[in-house]
Ligand binder design. Structure first.
Ligand code: THU
Length: 151
């Protein structure tokens, strides 16, 4: 599984987002160290704040299946209406979608920031790769609570 394939999964899963309120679909494909892929989409809610982002859906699916070691996550996003366009059918998105701050912090919980890659996808052939530490510098993580950890 290379990053191009991971990017392709993220673009393809955009149709599964549940976005009646924002109309903005996001999908994420999370690659484990063992080569397995978990995908997630954003799932909105009439009460707004229960909305969960695509990246967190992917992480929580994976962690709840026993996964703890991750290599990379590919993130793709676009307006829901864009999914009907010819450009989308060719696998092209209008722009890159970066993970929100809360999702970066969830990644930080389970990943080494100097090793984990975050892939912002515009198409199967057009994506930008960042190390988590670039997107979340000087971060707070489990090591900060060393001695009090229960995991
Ligand atoms: N969203 C994500 O799924 N991931 C992000 O990192 C950014 C925001 C979703 C949340 C909401 O459903 C929609 O995009 C608009 O904010």
């Amino acid at each position: 599984m290379d990053y191009r394939e991971l990017a392709k999964i993220a673009v393809e899963k955009l149709k599964f987002s549940y976005t009646p309120y924002s109309g903005f679909n996001v999908a994420a494909a999370l690659l484990t160290e063992s080569g397995k892929v978990y995908f997630g989409v954003n799932i909105e809610n009439a009460a707004y704040t229960p909305t969960v982002c695509a990246e967190r859906t992917a992480f929580f699916k994976a962690v709840s299946e026993g996964e703890r070691h991750f290599r990379a996550i590919a993130v793709a996003g676009c307006k829901r209406t864009y999914l009907d366009s010819d450009e989308y059918k060719k696998g092209l998105l209008p722009g890159y979608t970066a993970p929100c701050g809360v999702c970066r912090q969830v990644m930080r919980e389970f990943c080494d920031p100097s090793e984990f890659d975050v892939i912002l996808v515009r198409s199967y052939d057009d994506f930008r790769v960042f190390r988590l530490e670039e997107l979340l510098p000087e971060s707070f993580g489990p090591e900060n609570l060393a001695g009090q950890l229960m995991r």
